[in-house]
Design a protein around this ligand. Structure first.
Ligand SMILES: NCc1[nH]cc(CCC(=O)O)c1CC(=O)O
Length: 305
């Protein structure tokens, strides 16, 4: 069996794809894998804000097109970048064990968020990170910072930022964990839905590949991801709003999901949590608890802003 694997061309995407290929190859003796690199619109226009470009799905949709066109058989994504609704005819069939879901601070001299000097310049273009930073440290100057993680690390030094916020997962996968100044507590600094999870997509009618990917999948990772994505779909599927979701699954299979919705200024941060056995029910319960606190209005205002 020969499998063509579609991947974005960023250093992180290719690294993740190589990791997935070596893990799949170990599970599927005799199968061979070949990378099909795809340059997406999001990669070509790294200086334009994601909101202007039309949202996150941009990094994903052209890679998905390669599957639909039959140019590739599977695609590797960061689940965080995959919209709540998966494209028709495709399935997120494979999920390896989750990498660290936390956000981290990379600072030039500080050792924690509290340690940053008053008025320090922090770079991030994520609405969620922006809102949480403002909620925890209203004095900070948050400035836009886009680009792949290698670009963002370079800009930390070149553009005079005091700190930037990135996902631990990307840094660890690149072997750059030594750059991390502080891990942000996920109970407070709620991670993005799906952060740290890789998703391997295939055509839904490709039964051999779908089945192989399902057998390779880590159950607790998939359960946590489904709970977080159920929350996202209920609240704001596909929209650019400051939303976070973080699920853990105990040894007994019980899910604990925390959800967060904020306005862009971080003056209003709503939080709710729920426990249960069914990821869809837990996701819906957290969404309902947030809605009861007024999440609908907060999300509408954040979109308008
Ligand atoms: N939006 C870019 C993106 N998509 C996935 C990751 C990190 C890896 C992951 O979350 O699995 C990153 C970089 C970042 O946010 O620091």
């Amino acid at each position: 069996m020969r499998v063509r694997v579609a991947s974005r061309k960023s250093a992180l995407a290719l690294q993740q794809t190589r990791w997935v290929i070596s893990s799949l190859a170990a599970h599927l003796p005799g199968w061979t894998f070949e990378v099909v690199p795809i340059v997406t619109q999001g990669d070509r226009m790294l200086d334009v804000s994601l909101a202007e470009l039309g949202g996150k799905g941009l990094f994903v949709s052209e890679v998905e097109q390669a599957l639909l066109d039959g140019r590739a058989d599977i695609a590797v994504h960061s689940l965080k970048d995959v919209p709540a609704e998966v494209a028709d005819g495709l399935a997120l069939a494979g999920m390896p064990p989750r990498e660290d879901p936390r956000d981290v601070l990379i600072a030039r001299s500080a050792e924690s968020l509290a340690d940053l000097p008053p008025g320090a310049r922090v770079g991030t273009s994520s609405l969620r990170r922006m809102a949480l930073l403002r909620a925890l440290r209203p004095d900070l100057r948050i400035e836009p910072l886009r680009g792949n993680i290698d670009t963002r690390l370079r800009k930390l030094a070149e553009d005079g930022f005091d700190a930037i916020v990135l996902a631990a997962a990307g840094l660890k996968r690149m072997g750059w964990a030594d750059r991390i100044s502080a891990y942000l507590d996920p109970e407070l600094f709620t991670p993005a839905v799906g952060q740290g999870v890789l998703a391997v997509e295939c055509r839904a009618d490709d039964r051999v590949l779908c089945e192989a990917l399902r057998r390779w999948t880590d159950g607790p990772t998939r359960t946590a991801a489904m709970a977080e994505r159920a929350l996202l779909a209920e609240l704001a599927g596909g929209c650019q709003v400051p939303v976070g979701g973080y699920a853990t699954v105990g040894p007994d299979g019980r899910i604990h999901l925390r959800g967060m919705v904020a306005d862009r200024e971080g003056t209003c941060v709503l939080r709710a949590e729920a426990r249960g056995d069914n990821p869809f029910e837990v996701g819906r319960a957290v969404a309902a608890a947030l809605q009861a606190q007024g999440a609908g209005g907060v999300i509408a205002a954040a979109q308008g802003g």
